[in-house]
Design a protein around this ligand. Structure first.
Ligand code: NDP
Length: 239
């Protein structure tokens, strides 16, 4: 059993990843920001099904609060699986985008990646085994109108992960990115109706959170030991 942290575990994709890692036998820290009740409920559900999980809550943009929470999480034993999944979007065409929309999206996705990942790397290195998996987006690969902030933040996660993969490769730690297309969650429901999905996605359906979770579960497994520094798309053929 490894100890795993999934940021944004209170959200649609994050919850599916928590369930998958728990069913693979890991102890899962289910992270939330504002919806701590959802993380608590999911932890109770997983424990009820015989798994091992607990809820944690902090804002990944608050470096001090994040560091304190991570210290408490790692007090008993180091985390060996980290899934950076927390993210937001705040869309606007660029000429009309406000500075705070730009800043906030970068802050949660990119600075949040630093705030969570950096304190965990040295303890993970000492165990000589680790998995760092970050959830990005197809928008980082193709670009997307109205999402310059989101695509910039997610694209930077690709570069950061490829660099970190090189630093950690000799320590038994893999670092990869999963780039989903349109996945059936509250986040995508606002943006895409069925007609739009049929037009944009060759498979003519949204992906399921569980399909993303299965890919993350594989990347977190011992079988994926030789995969590192990769951006892996899961998007029904969009690119
Ligand atoms: P949700 O909106 O359902 O979940 C977002 C999660 O991020 C929530 O758990 C939320 O916590 C957390 N979060 C937001 N802001 C903060 C913050 N400041 N500090 C800590 N946590 C925060 O989104 P999805 O499940 O749909 O998306 C998950 C990831 O997948 C995101 O990174 C997203 O960009 C990416 N993605 C999603 C796609 C989709 O179609 N759904 C497509 C491609 C990528 P809380 O609710 O507790 O505040």
């Amino acid at each position: 059993m490894k100890r795993a942290l999934v940021t944004g575990g209170s959200g649609g994709i994050g919850a599916a990843i928590c369930r998958r890692l728990a069913s693979d036998g890991h102890h899962v820290f289910i992270h939330a920001n504002r919806n701590a009740d959802k993380a608590e409920a999911l932890a109770a559900e997983i424990r009820g099904a015989g798994g091992s999980a607990e809820a944690v809550a902090f804002d990944v943009t608050d470096a001090a609060a994040t560091a304190a929470a991570l210290e408490a999480i790692g007090a008993d034993a180091p985390l060996q699986i980290l899934v950076n999944n927390a993210g937001i979007h705040d869309d606007a065409v660029f000429p009309g985008m406000r500075a705070d929309q730009w800043q906030r999206v970068i802050d949660v996705s990119l600075n949040g990646f630093f705030n969570v990942t950096q304190p965990l790397t040295m303890p993970m290195i000492r165990t000589r085994w680790g998995r760092i998996i970050t959830i990005s987006s197809v928008a980082a690969i193709t670009g997307n109108r109205g999402q310059t902030n989101y695509a910039a933040a997610k694209g930077a996660l690709h570069s950061a992960s490829k660099s970190l993969a090189q630093e950690l490769a000799s320590r038994g730690i893999t670092v990869n990115v999963v780039a989903p297309g349109i996945i059936d969650t509250a986040m995508s429901e606002e943006a895409f109706d069925a007609e739009a999905i049929a037009r944009i996605v060759p498979m003519k359906r949204a992906g399921k959170p569980e399909e993303v979770a299965d890919l993350v579960g594989f990347l977190a497994s011992p079988q994926a030991a030789y995969i590192t520094g990769q951006v892996i798309s899961i998007n029904g053929g969009m690119i």
